[in-house]
Write a protein that binds this ligand. Structure first.
Ligand code: ZN
Length: 143
């Protein structure tokens, strides 16, 4: 039983101990305890689901590890392969993450904007015409 459910049980015990006469207040208290009990059930289900997902992820991670070992073969080749990987990832970073490709709504140039230059509101200056572009908005529209 989760902490939450044992606390709800404790509260329910306290309420029972009051031996309240039937009243609107008692009805309200019983209703609150009933809602709390349902929340406890929902929390348990969530915890179970998260736990199952966690185990599933770990099993995928293990399988992936085995696949990688089989794919990359013996230790002798590892250094070479890892170096190759690093090179590829750096290239991908340049294309996918560091720069955002957008068409400027003002000058209609396709420009590449450094993600670091995009402000909190998702806006950045067009390198071509210096107008503020709503980068995030354009990105969302493209998807
Ligand atoms: Zn522009």
């Amino acid at each position: 039983m989760s902490d939450f459910k044992s606390k709800v049980s404790y509260v329910k015990g306290l309420a029972d101990g009051l031996e309240l006469q039937d009243s609107k207040e008692k009805k309200l208290m019983m209703e609150i305890i009933s809602v709390l009990t349902e929340m406890g059930e929902a929390l348990d289900e969530l915890e179970n689901a998260v736990q199952e997902n966690q185990e599933y992820l770990e099993s995928i991670d293990e399988d992936l590890g085995e696949l990688e070992e089989n794919y990359y073969g013996s230790d002798d080749d590892d250094d070479y392969d890892e170096d190759e990987d690093d090179f590829d990832e750096d290239e991908l970073d340049f294309d996918d993450e560091d720069f955002i490709e957008v068409e400027c709504p003002k000058c209609h140039e396709t420009v590449y904007i450094d993600e670091d230059l995009v402000d909190e509101d998702g806006k950045a200056e067009c390198p071509n015409c210096k107008v503020m572009i709503d980068v995030k908005q354009i990105e969302n529209d493209m998807e």
